[in-house]
Design a protein around this ligand. Structure first.
Ligand code: FAD
Length: 419
């Protein structure tokens, strides 16, 4: 069976690997010169199943209003006329009820937990090294009200099969001694011992090599212009240079750009780009960088130790497809990182980056057949958790393509849920 996978980010590459491993004849198409050069390039590095909680939650609308116009706002909406964003925002607000948030957590967590298991299996099978650490994730709090508001989630997560422990401020420092200088500001934390961290880009590049060794073909520097339809099937993809690439089956994994190819087919995919920033600090012999991956609740920032680098990431900005780095927002991350870990590395050599999270209004990815098309599978919209969910999502999409029963239920993951 000939399968074309559109997109060589972490989602497209994991899909391609599972397909190639099952003997499919796979071609991966990407406009960049190699894999993982867009959103999968320098993300926060967390495999955080335990934090599969959507942005759309009861407290978010009020917080977003308070943050409006602040340069350090963790969530920033650039109000402008954009019909797709307006429709997305209405759906986002509709998902901020308690009942819908719990339903969305269950759906996202189902994929994230499955993915963590599949990642462990792929690691064991391929021996890929990607600066992975399996030391858990510690979520720290400075604000007592925010901390107390987060406590019920511990019980919910434990009930849904995710171990999460409450720790006091001394417990936080015992888990991560690099937090010592921040001890007096901390109220406490929550620790999820089974979560992990690692470099998504390195993993994606290495897995692409493994897929190639299994026979997958990567057509890089190739931009897809449109999908050519014949009845209820996709016949081929047309590239911007006019080539047509035919196949039996197609997987759409173009991250934030996925809706653009579906729109001419009459399919509205509610995925919008949410820009985030990361800063990578070389540790360079400094002794104060953490090794446990962290979430700083106050600034909605994450920290991951990637070998001899510290990756710091955060902020979400709805600013269309603009990937330019706004210095003030990127430097804010660096300044907060140095505040928390004064001896974490050589800040003068920090590298700044911005990428677009492909975000759905309910915080759940879109994995399933494209309605109305027999041979097109969607694997996109992974938002803040694409790395966390990649290996499992790739397996699910591959199973759908090959007609194999998926190992977890797919209800509530398809595009139909938005109709
Ligand atoms: C700041 C930040 C921090 C993050 N931190 C984390 C984290 O800690 N943990 C986590 O789980 N997730 C995190 N994420 C989210 C995660 O990085 C994404 O969900 C994930 O990378 C999305 O992968 P993707 O393959 O769908 O998209 P991409 O990596 O963007 O891949 C899509 C590919 O499609 C290609 N493409 C697009 N259009 C075309 C076209 N027309 N023709 C050809 N090719 C095309 C692009 O070149 C690209 O390679 C973070 C994201 C950001 C921005």
């Amino acid at each position: 069976m000939k399968v074309v996978v559109l997109g060589a980010g972490v989602i497209g590459v994991t899909t391609a690997w599972w397909l190639a491993r099952s003997g499919a004849e796979v071609t991966v198409i990407d406009r960049q010169p190699g894999p993982a050069l867009e959103t999968s390039f320098a993300n926060g590095g967390q495999i955080s199943a335990n934090h599969a909680t959507p942005w759309a939650a009861p407290g978010t609308p009020l917080k977003a209003l308070k943050w409006l116009g602040r340069i350090d706002a963790p969530l920033l909406f650039h109000l402008r006329s954009d019909a797709a964003l307006a429709a997305w925002l209405l759906r986002f607000l509709a998902n901020c009820t308690r009942a819908r948030t719990q339903r969305n957590i269950e759906r996202a967590l189902r994929v994230a937990l499955y993915s963590r298991r599949q990642l462990a299996a792929v690691r064991a099978e391929t021996n890929i090294a990607y600066d992975q650490l399996t030391r858990g994730i510690l979520h720290i709090f400075r604000d007592r009200r925010e901390y107390e508001a987060a406590l019920p989630a511990v019980e919910l997560m434990n009930r849904l099969g995710c171990e999460r422990r409450i720790v006091d401020a001394d417990g936080c420092v015992a888990l991560e001694p690099a937090l010592a200088s921040a001890r007096r500001d901390l109220i406490g934390g929550m620790f999820s011992p089974d979560d992990e961290s690692g470099d998504a880009r390195t993993f994606t590049v290495r897995l692409a090599e493994k897929a190639e060794a299994l026979g997958a073909c990567f057509r890089c520097n190739t931009e897809v212009a449109r999908l050519l339809v014949s009845g209820t099937r996709i016949a081929a993809v047309e590239t911007t240079s006019g080539d047509e690439i035919a196949a039996d089956m197609f997987v759409l994994a173009l991250g934030s750009y996925s809706p653009l190819l579906l729109k001419p087919l009459g399919l509205a995919l509610p995925v919008v780009p949410a820009k985030g920033y990361s800063v990578t600090v070389p540790i360079d012999g400094h002794q104060g960088a953490p090794t446990v991956s962290l979430i700083d609740d106050e600034f909605k920032m994450v920290y991951s130790r990637l070998g001899e680098r510290l990756r710091v990431a955060g902020t979400a900005e709805f600013a269309g497809y603009d990937v330019s780095v706004t210095q003030a927002r990127a430097r804010f991350l660096l300044q907060k990182a140095i505040g928390l870990f004064p001896d974490c590395g050589d800040a003068s050599r920090a590298e700044f980056w911005a990428g677009l999270r492909p975000s759905t209004p309910d915080g759940v990815p879109v994995i399933g057949h494209a309605p109305g098309f027999d041979n097109l599978v969607l694997n996109t919209g992974h938002g803040t958790l694409g790395w966390t969910m990649a290996v499992g999502s790739g397996r699910l999409a591959s199973d759908l393509i090959l007609g194999q029963p998926p190992e977890i239920p797919l209800n509530g993951l398809g595009l139909e849920r938005f109709r």
